[in-house]
Design a protein around this ligand. Structure first.
Ligand code: ASP
Length: 344
């Protein structure tokens, strides 16, 4: 039996942080620190290589350039490794997982993203277990010898979640992520129990094709009672604006006031794509359940169904980055590209 070959991409985050002696604040440390602190990794009979970001970053500094760097590393090493483990801060992990899922077309190997709530050097760290479990999942195969996971996923504490369905749900629980609209891909307890029905099973294709470009001419607008006409007009009138993720109430509802509906309709007439995503943690946009949702959808707003905000904004940036026409972007937003939403 050949030993599994795994590439760890260490981007930064709490998992590799240490306490600054003077300020007591956490700051990124280098990867050798991480391996020193997890001698158990050596007990896995895997061939493990690593690539380290210089400098490692707090994931609050995550950018498109960093996503491109991760994708380039995966692309360049795709045939050499059985799986990839990305160590990443928790703050923007769900955005990175979503972005990578749209970038890595034809992915048929595991890209497991993990991190931790406590630095790996601390006695009660969750980082050691998360790293080891992520490595085991990245190395796992099914009965046919194919990778068990063939998608971008987040491993955190007791669960493996689909990356583009995940959201950071807690700033201090060890179970820091949730996927409110899609079941866990695996449950981690005494063993790793895979949910075979939930795992992506992409058809055998032509191999990996990475789509690197993103277009940042997008924004997120969060509705709240009191949102002013001036603010809304200002954002919708931003020169060069191409797309908006509109975070609406409940099943996709918005104010029905004339100025609000007119502002949305005018933006759509000018060619801005507006995607309706619910502010609720659980459930889907169902545009015609209420009159308010019905009026909004009549303006030409596109339903995002049960997509997360993280997946919605990264999908939009990726679609516009591909140089698609307005209609092609709308068409692609209406359907799942890689399991990021369920149509109703
Ligand atoms: N601020 C840190 C980061 O996202 C938090 C973490 O790693 O959990 O990089």
């Amino acid at each position: 039996m050949k030993r599994p070959r795994i590439l760890i991409i260490y981007t930064g985050g709490t998992i590799g942080m240490i306490e600054d002696q003077e300020t007591k604040a956490l700051r990124p440390f280098d990867f050798s620190h991480l391996m020193e602190n997890v001698p158990k990794v050596k007990m896995l009979d895997y061939e493990i290589d690593n690539f380290q970001f210089h400098p490692p970053i707090d994931s609050s500094d995550m950018s498109i350039a960093h996503w491109q760097q991760m994708a380039r590393i995966i692309d360049g090493n795709y045939n050499r490794y059985d799986g990839f483990v990305v160590l990443h801060g928790t703050d923007t992990m769900a955005y990175t997982a979503s972005a990578l899922s749209f970038m890595l077309e034809g992915l048929a190997k595991p890209v497991i993203i993990t991190g931790s709530q406590l630095p790996i050097g601390e006695v009660r760290t969750d980082g050691e277990e998360n790293l080891i479990t992520a490595l085991q999942i990245a190395a796992a195969t099914d009965h046919d010898g194919k990778p068990m996971v063939r998608e971008v996923a987040i491993l955190f504490e007791n669960y493996l979640w689909r990356g583009n369905r995940s959201t950071k749900s807690s700033a201090d629980n060890f179970n820091a992520f949730k996927s409110n609209n899609y079941p866990a891909l695996a449950r981690i307890g005494l063993g790793i129990e895979y949910n075979h029905e939930a795992l992506a099973r992409p058809a055998d294709g032509d191999g990996l094709r990475v789509i690197y470009d993103f277009d940042q001419s997008v924004a997120i607008i969060d509705l709240f009672p009191g949102l002013s006409q001036v603010m809304l007009k200002q954002v919708l009138g931003t020169p060069g604006l191409k797309g908006i993720v509109l975070r609406t109430y409940g099943a996709g509802n918005s104010p029905t006031t004339k100025w609000f509906i007119d502002a949305i309709r005018n933006a759509i007439t000018r060619g801005v794509v507006i995607l309706n995503v619910t502010q609720c943690f659980h459930g889907s946009v169902c545009a015609n359940r209420y009159v308010s949702g019905d009026i909004l959808s009549a303006t030409g707003v596109v339903s995002g169904f049960d997509i997360t905000c993280e997946a919605a904004i990264t999908k939009m940036m990726s679609l516009f980055g591909r140089g698609l026409t307005h209609d092609e972007v709308v068409e692609a937003l209406r359907r799942p590209l890689c399991g990021e939403m369920t149509l109703r």
